[in-house]
Write a new protein. Sequence first.
Length: 256
Amino acid sequence: MLIGLDHIVIAVSNLEAAIASYRELGFTVIPGGRHPVGTHNGLISFADGSYIEIIAFYRENPDHRWWGALQKGGGLVDFCMQTDDLTGDTLKLRNAGVNIADPVPWMRTRPDGYRVKWLLSLAAEPHRGVAPFLIQDVTPRDERVPREVTHKNGAIGISIVTTAVDDLAGLRRWYKSALGYEGKPLQREELNAEGVRFRIGPHFFDFLRPLTEQSPLAAWIKTRGPSPYAATLRTRSGQVGSLDPALTHGAALSFE
């Protein structure tokens, strides 16, 4: 079954600059290492078990699933869910209509030389970024996810992942199949949007469609297609509001 949010993915053009910016925002960022597909990352781990992956390309790879989104500005591009039954949850999503591939092995070499290994099931077009990709660890999870979870800005976790969509009916069907329940109807007046909210563990997933062309989600869908739009972080500092998009490298992040 799906356990909860594993991580969100933020694509940037320059990893070193992004790490410096996120540290300026008060996050503890740990260099994650390199993937053999031409990407490297920095990781921001939280006490609730989730994390942010800041990812960039150290060599060009136009076939990579996030290359196209990076060319359109990058920022928040995808989200991943933990599962204790990768094969079973992959089949549930596929049977509900999601275009999702069978599990495949992935790995990353950390700066200390340790090879982290896991399995992924990747949602493909037209569902990439709307349906999650799924992960199950081969090596221990705490080798993949940094143990450092204290941040100067008081961040303790990811509360809400907001995704812009144009097909609520299909989405409800996917998640009902995977989770066994229907989500809660939702209105987000600040975005002029309606949709549905699911809760998995401590994390909320809001899937919203714009009600008018004036909704910021309408412009987002025109430019980027249905895809993750924003993430809301929990903090114990009392800080609220949006983070500077120049420092988040285009990701719409806020504190609640």
